[in-house]
Design a protein around this ligand. Sequence first.
Ligand SMILES: Nc1ncnc2c1ncn2[C@@H]1O[C@H](COP(=O)(O)OP(=O)(O)OP(=O)(O)O)[C@@H](O)[C@H]1O
Ligand SMILES: [Mg+2]
Length: 240
Amino acid sequence: MALQITGLRKEFGGVVALAGVDVSIELDRIVGIIGPNGSGKTTLFNVVAGVHRPTSGRVLWQGKDITGKPAYQIARMGIVRTFQQAMSYRGLSVRENVRIASEHGRSYGGAARPKWDSPDEILAFVGLAGLGNEMAGSMPFGNLRRLGVAVALAANPLLLLLDEPAAGLSENEIAELMELILRFPRMGIGVCLIDHDMFLMSTLCERLVVLNFGTKIAEGPPTLVLNDPKVTEVYLGNEI
Ligand SMILES: Nc1ncnc2c1ncn2[C@@H]1O[C@H](COP(=O)(O)OP(=O)(O)OP(=O)(O)O)[C@@H](O)[C@H]1O
Ligand SMILES: [Mg+2]
């Protein structure tokens, strides 16, 4: 198992965001994390990616204990996240955004797994061919999302953590995003995906992990998990 999370707990003051979660992730597939708002999904990503130190528990990556390591070290080891909010240097060109990310990745050892020859190759891969000179801040939201994925890819990840990549996208954009995400496992890039779009999640993910109040309440193939009474109960009145 490439990523092994055991007993992960994270408290913010009196708030228990993660109450002891176990999750394992392989590199050649897409694993989904679902759960109601505030159930701890983003916190799980933040702890794995080194944004937050866990209160307790362990994160093993390719057999190494990376618990509590800083984000830049974890990124150079191949775990790269995108943000729930589309983030980029809005005053720089699209190409510059990707170039900066790739230099950062390389300078921290990403050269061990070179996948891309140029920023433009990555831009073409995510569907932004020909837009390298655009100012990032002037792009429509759907393209900013693609840029977020391009920036993550530029760091040569082995595991991509995608936090709500479909939020705010049109149906067409979601369909294109789904095609893009499906290409990652074939390239040897594992994907861990958070999203509230259950069609997207059940179509893309081989396995779903369900969080509720920081606790894993179900795990398995989407068809089984989404029909599990424990799961339908927490989504009562919601979109599932
Ligand atoms: N930096 C923080 N400081 C304090 N509390 C936080 C912090 N980050 C998250 N929390 C709290 O931890 C809990 C879990 O939040 P988290 O963002 O992980 O949920 P989520 O499942 O990603 O929700 P959503 O679907 O709305 O994105 C919430 O109660 C949230 O308010
Ligand atoms: Mg979140």
